[in-house]
Design a binder for this molecule. Structure first.
Ligand code: UDP
Length: 317
């Protein structure tokens, strides 16, 4: 079985490459490396069933030979990244989804879309079930990501209904783990970077907003099960253990044994106040639920970040 993974050199894409290689698949990774990095897939480069090509999937995607599965994971995903790359984010969600669906149709392959909890925007109900239509500001700064992903879901369902493509959609909630970029601007890498440098930890707003953090191995297990299922409508995958951002900052600081102060900076526009997945559908349909606790996942991730930081400091000398 051969899979094409767009965004395969990114944080989640590269973990998915690992999973499919481990499960015996042939994998072709496509990435334009604007937010992904070669180091995420360096360990796979000599594997006989792995290939990587530099490709911007907003342009026509030409893949010679048979393909059994197309998985579309390409997109900036950190708010800081997509605010810096608004047009690219809209294009990869719209044109990239269209092109990758076209590839799946031409190859008679199955299709998997990486969508997001951002489809729910700043939700007015919590936890968020898949049946909730969301509360999104289309013209706000986050709209470039939220609306691109909502369009991507609509396009995927249209290919399913109009062309009969066997499609799958996951709505991914906040995920963390090794291979996140230290400088990607998200809460966890920011807090770690700040604590390691001895800088103040920046909590935005009053820190009472919540998130629910899923360790990457749990997420990838859920995605693999969804890939192999017959479900076409969106399915939430995430960890329902909810925590305020202030509590999260304290937890990270304590685990690092850092003494730095926590300061409060302005809340970004349209920052969701509450986010927590309702995972009853995934539990019922896939017999999946997360297994890794926040403390355990954080320990594994902090080890990775510490090594990254040491390597970065050594390079700077
Ligand atoms: N956040 C924060 N300090 C930071 C970075 C982020 O308080 O240095 C907050 C951010 O405002 C949001 C939450 O942490 O409420 C999660 O932000 P992140 O960028 O990780 O992703 P999001 O869940 O908003 O997509």
């Amino acid at each position: 079985m051969r899979a094409v993974i767009t965004g395969g050199a990114g944080f989640l894409g590269s973990h998915l490459c690992d999973k499919l290689i481990a499960e015996g698949w042939d994998v072709l990774c496509l990435d334009n490396l604007i937010t992904g990095t070669e180091s995420n897939i360096a360990h796979l480069m000599s594997h006989p069933r792995f290939r990587a090509a530099r490709q911007d999937v907003t342009r026509y995607i030409d893949v010679p030979g048979p393909v059994d599965y197309v998985l579309h994971f390409a997109s900036p995903a950190s708010p800081v990244d997509y605010l810096k790359l608004p047009i690219q984010t809209l294009k990869v969600g719209a044109l990239g989804t269209h092109n990758s669906l076209g590839l799946a149709l031409a190859k008679k392959a199955k299709y998997f879309l990486a969508s997001t909890s951002e489809c729910y925007g700043d939700p007015q109900i919590s936890p968020q079930p898949e049946t909730y239509w969301g509360h999104v500001n289309p013209i706000g700064p986050r709209g470039v990501y939220d609306e691109a992903k909502r369009f991507a879901e609509a396009m995927t369902m249209a290919y399913h209904r109009a062309h009969g493509v066997n499609t799958h959609i996951v709505r991914i909630f906040n995920t963390y783990g090794p291979r996140m970029r230290l400088n990607d601007g998200r809460a966890l890498p920011n807090f770690v970077y700040q604590a390691l440098r001895g800088d103040a930890i920046t909590v935005y707003g009053d820190g009472k907003q919540t998130r629910s953090f899923c360790y990457v191995s749990d997420l990838i297990d859920g995605i693999y099960k969804l890939m192999l299922s017959d479900e076409h409508e969106p399915t939430n995958i995430g960890n329902p253990q909810e925590i305020t951002i202030l509590e999260f900052a304290r937890r990270v600081r304590d685990l690092l044994g850092a003494k730095t102060e926590i300061i409060f900076n302005p809340l970004p526009v349209d920052d969701p106040k509450q986010r927590c997945p309702d995972i009853s559908k995934a539990k019922r349909l896939l017999q999946w639920e997360p297994k890794v606790s926040l403390d355990e996942g954080l320990r594994l991730t902090l080890d990775f970040f510490k090594k990254q930081y040491a390597a970065e400091s050594a390079r700077a000398k």
